[in-house]
Design a protein around this ligand. Structure first.
Ligand code: BGC
Length: 440
């Protein structure tokens, strides 16, 4: 079945890249205008913003050439209250500009205009590295007046409304791209970035000649696949369960990001909760009884899955805290339910990753591909055996690919600076070539 899923995704990747098929494609395959991974000569000081994961963060980072390292000088976390996630875009961007302003003040950086990498982890149609139109919100955000707008413009307008500081050039980055780029500084064969956290997604280096919506024949460009949207055209109907359907229907964006809703941290806990309720109603658990907490959406947190799979004592504590009347067999069954749901997630991700690595291998006419994937996200990092399960399934599904998994160190923060640094290096190189051409 996973092989079938992989074949379906393979077709969808091609559809997303096509000039005419793109607008109907469930997997958007968005060009990122990142044309190169780091070559190790990048350097400088940068600001980075990170919106779209667990928290909103502002960072001040230094790329140090001699050590091929991105050093975080300092950072600040600002919470985004739930009301703001569902409020107006203007409020959201004013809040971001305020948080950045306070950070610059505290670092004594207000007088400088540093280049800024903005990790904005939502599907965006990028026109240029500094022009990025939000296609749609995902992961619990739904601010009005932002979909269809250029996010860089909204950020700059909010900064100008304040008028007390300014920023230099901006590079827009998806978190998958930041993750690939930050791992790429350490391992230059890193050409895939993958996130399995609140949401899920991956990017990879595609041959430009295959990206029909971008001019050019030579070289590569990083494509943000937005694989979370896989299945939005009904292609995964046969593997969706009644629980997946309820999760979708009760989400703030029904009908979209089908694949993400089977996989990522924002939804896994809720899938398990719905299953446990059904099993209790069918008298397979808790002597047929439920509890108020178990019946409340969102009360079974995704982190409980990791904790329960880690040990039966944890399972017992959590079931007690949820007000359930459990016996030792119930605790084992609940653990099995958690394992089933997290394994399904890991294997679906593996099928998708296998599709991408095979595509890179075939693109390059290779019998065997050796490559590195930069990975990040709470589900991948925190679950006790998610990463092993995913890696084992990829080995089965992509036997001709030898994949090294590198957990990124703060890809969303440092990677954004890396993208800005690479963009500056390339701009400088092309200015130099132009000068030489005109001189010669
Ligand atoms: C977004 C992606 C993002 C992923 C992981 C998804 O909901 O659409 O852009 O990369 O979450 O954060």
């Amino acid at each position: 079945k996973l092989k079938e899923v992989s074949v379906r995704l393979k077709k969808d990747l091609i559809r997303g890249l096509g000039k005419h098929s793109h607008h109907r494609a469930a997997v958007k395959m968005l060009p990122t205008f990142v044309r190169a991974t780091p070559d190790g000569t990048e350097k400088g000081d940068y600001l980075a913003l990170d919106l779209g994961g667990t928290n909103f963060r502002v960072l001040y980072v230094r790329v140090v050439e001699e050590q091929q390292k991105v050093v975080k000088m300092d950072s600040k976390i600002c919470s985004i209250p739930q009301e703001m996630m569902l409020g107006t875009g203007e409020q959201l961007f004013d809040h971001i500009a305020q948080c950045l302003g306070e950070f610059l003040e505290s670092q004594d950086l207000k007088g400088q205009t540093l280049p800024l990498g903005f990790t904005f982890s939502f599907p965006c149609e990028q026109k240029e590295i500094d022009k990025s139109i939000l296609i749609r919100w995902t992961k619990g955000f739904s601010c009005s007046g932002v979909e269809g707008q250029d996010v860089v413009k909204l950020l700059k307008e909010a900064i100008h409304r304040r008028g007390d500081y300014d920023i230099g050039s901006v590079a827009m980055v998806n978190d998958t791209v930041g993750t690939m780029m930050s791992c790429g500084y350490r391992d230059q064969s890193c050409e895939i970035g993958m996130i399995i956290g609140t949401g899920t997604n991956a990017c990879y280096m595609e041959e430009i000649k295959n990206v029909k919506r971008v001019e050019g024949e030579d070289g590569r460009m990083c494509i943000n696949t937005e694989w979370g949207g896989f299945g939005d055209d009904g292609s995964l109907k046969d593997i969706l369960t009644e629980f997946d359907e309820v999760v979708d229907q009760t989400s703030i964006n029904p009908g979209v990001h089908t694949f993400e809703k089977m996989i990522s941290g924002m939804y896994l806990g809720e899938i398990v909760r719905l299953l446990l309720v059904k099993m209790a109603e069918d008298k397979l658990l808790f002597k047929g009884e439920t509890s108020e907490a178990l019946l409340t959406p969102g009360q079974f947190e995704t982190k409980y899955i990791s904790e329960i799979e880690d040990g039966l004592e944890n399972a017992q504590k959590i079931l007690t805290a949820l007000g359930l009347n459990w016996d030792p067999v119930d605790a084992c069954v609940v653990r099995l339910v958690c394992d089933t749901i997290s394994s399904r997630s890991a294997r679906l991700c593996a099928a998708a990753l296998a599709t991408i690595s095979n595509r890179i291998r075939v693109n390059r006419g290779l019998d065997h591909l050796k490559t590195t994937v930069g990975v990040d996200g709470t589900v991948y990092r925190k679950h006790p055996n998610f990463s092993e399960e995913l890696q084992a399934a990829v080995r089965l599904l992509a036997p001709k690919c030898d994949i090294t998994f590198l957990v990124s160190e703060d890809g969303s923060g440092k990677g954004a600076a890396m993208v800005t640094a690479v963009a500056q290096r390339i701009a400088l190189q092309s200015r130099l070539t132009q000068t030489q051409d005109s001189a010669g």
